[in-house]
Design a protein around this ligand. Structure first.
Ligand SMILES: *[C@@H]1O[C@H](CO)[C@@H](O)[C@H](O)[C@H]1NC(C)=O
Ligand SMILES: *[C@@H]1O[C@H](CO)[C@@H](O)[C@H](O)[C@H]1NC(C)=O
Ligand SMILES: *[C@@H]1O[C@H](CO)[C@@H](O)[C@H](O)[C@H]1NC(C)=O
Ligand SMILES: *[C@@H]1O[C@H](CO)[C@@H](O)[C@H](O)[C@H]1NC(C)=O
Length: 251
């Protein structure tokens, strides 16, 4: 049978799309013509393995949260398209209690540098100490390549610039949340709480009851590290459930 070239190409293109395109909150909402509600959705990675996300839809944008039950490779870049900030949700207990939210963005002087969200990886960044608690969500701010001793570093929490001078060139600039499925203990020293590290906890605002997300999207272990003299802390200093929301826009 003779198949026109255009037909063959179209079939190949379809195969390619089926094999490699992955869904996210934005594509799901697009396919549903905007009719989807904020809820849990199951999507596939590029290897066809499924995992669960929570899509929180607002008007024309929203936030993606990754389930703490995830145990397949996730290309985080497929889950958000706005690299200006993430939101951190937190809450005190496993129950249906109050939830609080904060945004963490780059300082104005680093505004053109993307905030990088990675799944059990830290490409371009100094990694966390507690990688034995993987899987984890890594949120990186100032990459190693831009981290210079003596420069002003930090981040912008709920619109407030929090800065420090990097004293020794140590390039830590991240907050990470660990799923810790096998219940490991934090490794090494616990560090300490300070304003710079925990403004996202201290200056958060309460989330309306109908905007709360399910417990499945929170994890109990985190590590935060800035500098070179910004500070280091693990969750035992500020025990809390936490979740990272990644922004997508314009569906
Ligand atoms: C996800 O992958 C499974 C096979 O692993 C497949 O049955 C399912 O149709 C895929 N879902 C989507 C939306 O592609
Ligand atoms: C995650 O997957 C790996 C390999 O697929 C498996 O060995 C491990 O038990 C899984 N962990 C959990 C917590 O399900
Ligand atoms: C990303 O989000 C920020 C803050 O919500 C907004 O000001 C900005 O316009 C967004 N960027 C893009 C490219 O949509
Ligand atoms: C933080 O930023 C402010 C305003 O830009 C500046 O005056 C201050 O010196 C900075 N602090 C450090 C430690 O760099």
């Amino acid at each position: 049978m003779f198949l026109p070239m255009a037909f063959v190409c179209a079939q190949l293109a379809t195969l390619f799309i089926v094999a490699f395109s992955t869904d996210n909150c934005k594509t799901l909402q697009g396919k549903a013509n905007g009719a989807l509600r904020s809820d849990i959705y199951t999507v596939n990675n590029s290897a066809g393995q499924s995992y669960r996300i929570y899509c929180q839809f607002y008007e024309g944008y929203g936030y993606t949260f990754l389930s703490s039950s995830t145990n397949v490779t996730v290309d985080m870049a497929s889950l958000y398209d706005n690299t200006s900030h993430v939101i951190i949700r937190h809450k005190a207990s496993k129950g249906q209690g109050n939830q609080y939210t904060s945004t963490i963005a780059q300082l104005g002087s680093y505004a053109s540098v993307p905030v990088s969200v990675q799944y059990s990886a830290f490409s371009g960044y100094q990694g966390p100490r507690n990688t034995h608690m993987a899987p984890y969500i890594f949120v990186g701010y100032i990459p190693i390549s831009m981290s210079v001793r003596g420069t002003m570093q930090g981040w912008k929490v709920n619109g407030e610039e929090l800065n420090f001078t990097n004293c020794d060139g140590n390039p830590n600039s991240y907050i990470a949340f660990f799923f810790n499925p096998s219940g490991q203990m934090y490794r090494g020293h616990v560090g300490q709480r300070n304003d710079l590290l925990y403004k996202w906890y201290d200056s958060s605002s309460e989330v309306a009851q109908d905007k709360r997300i399910p417990h499945e999207f929170f994890v109990y272990y985190h590590e935060v590290h800035l500098g070179g003299c910004g500070g280091y802390s693990v969750g035992s200093n500020v025990p809390t459930w936490g979740a990272v929301g990644m922004k997508f826009s314009e569906y």
